[in-house]
Design a binder for this molecule. Structure first.
Ligand SMILES: Cc1ncc(COP(=O)(O)O)c(C=O)c1O
Length: 368
């Protein structure tokens, strides 16, 4: 049996009928840039998050970048980010001219360790970007308390956490700004690149609204030097259809994760995902830790199981950030996790047979 890492085709089959007509209408109308569906999707996504505003963008990376610009982050500033995340979290900081300052992660949730944030704050620190990694909220209460104490802004990187909750509230709605990616494999994924910013602040909304569209305030009147970071109307149509399934698909992911954990719980050599208090995990990624990870990875791939390594290298050891002069040993928790972590196949439409097969094969290679 082959089990892929994700199965996007199964999602397509579920929304196929719903998108056919709206796509046809769009092709006839040819309103491809900021058409009506973008506005409708923004309103629907803001409602889902429980925020006043949502602004559709071309990617999660630009969602982070424009968010930081809207807060006035610039050269000479520092922004605190976890050292274990997708590099876009840090790149967005670099694009503004500011410096990303890395902080180690919690050993159980793999999210930024709030205890270690305080030590990274300097007089130049302007903001913190907690990432809700793998679909589980960062511990926002202590993070917000530190931000308040030092007068810092908080931008949530919710690229992997659509629909995840923290103390009953949606990830993305817990701080000054929430940023989402709709990269195809995300829990809410487009048929290409797409992203979104959500906020309760009218001022931030107005600023990002202009930034995403060449700084426009009229057709050919430009108030600021903006960017072309708009959400495509085609993607908005796909995402509107998928948003109606998000909560159901997240529930299926949670059921799949529960079944994995039930089948693997007696294996001594595996660390299963751990749920933090106050957070609901939506399992964008179901990641386990294994000492002998590289061998296990190779053997499972040979058996046709689509395992993946999220992430093999922490940001401070990436060549792209060599100018920051970090070294091996600076972030011991993240470095250890990078050596041990392995993501098992996870998607809403996985069936029990597949989960059982993956778990059995994993146990076999572990013990033999
Ligand atoms: C944690 C995190 N931040 C940011 C991004 C960037 O999003 P995008 O690929 O849509 O630019 C991603 C996903 O790719 C991500 O996983």
């Amino acid at each position: 049996m082959n089990v892929p890492f994700v199965d996007l085709n199964a999602q397509y089959r579920e929304i196929r009928r719903d998108i056919k007509k709206p796509l046809e209408n769009l092709f006839v109308k040819s309103s491809f840039i900021l058409g009506e569906d973008v506005k409708l999707f923004e309103a629907e996504f803001a409602r889902h998050c429980g925020t006043n505003y949502a602004i559709g963008l071309n990617s999660g990376t630009d969602a982070l970048f424009l968010s930081l610009l809207s807060l006035g982050i610039k050269e000479g500033d520092e922004v605190i980010v976890p050292v274990f995340t997708f590099i876009a979290t840090a790149l967005a900081v670099s694009y503004t001219g500011a410096k990303p300052v890395f902080v180690d992660i919690d050993d159980k949730t793999y999210n930024i360790d709030p205890e270690k944030i305080r030590k990274a704050v300097t007089k130049n620190t302007k903001a913190i970007i907690p990432v809700h990694l793998f679909g589980q909220s960062a511990d926002m209460q202590p993070i917000s308390a530190i931000a308040k104490e030092y007068n810092l802004k908080v931008v949530e990187d919710a690229a992997q956490a659509h629909g995840a909750l923290y103390q009953g509230k949606q990830c993305g709605s817990l701080a000054d700004i929430g940023c989402f990616s709709f990269y195809p494999t995300k829990n809410l994924g487009a048929f290409g690149d797409a992203g979104m910013v959500v906020t309760d602040s009218e001022k931030i909304y107005q600023k990002i609204f202009m930034l995403r569209d060449c700084g426009r305030k009229g057709r050919y009147e430009h108030a600021i030097k903006g960017y072309n970071s708009r959400l495509d109307t085609i993607q908005a149509i796909i995402l509107r259809a998928k948003l109606t399934k998000l909560d159901k698909w997240n529930k299926l992911r949670q059921e799949n994760a529960k079944y994995y954990s039930q089948l693997l719980k007696d294996e001594k050599n595996i660390t299963l995902p751990q749920s933090a208090k106050d957070a609901s995990h939506v399992y964008h990624i179901y990641a386990v830790r294994i000492k002998d990870r590289d061998r296990i990875y190779e053997e499972l791939r040979q058996k046709g199981i689509g395992v993946s390594i999220y992430y093999p290298m922490p940001l401070h050891l990436q060549e792209a950030y060599k100018e920051l002069n970090y070294k091996k040993g600076d972030f011991p928790v993240a470095e250890r996790v990078c050596q041990e972590i392995i993501a098992l196949p996870m998607y809403p439409h996985m069936n029990k047979k597949q989960i059982k097969f993956v778990s059995e094969q994993l146990k076999k290679v572990l013990n033999g």
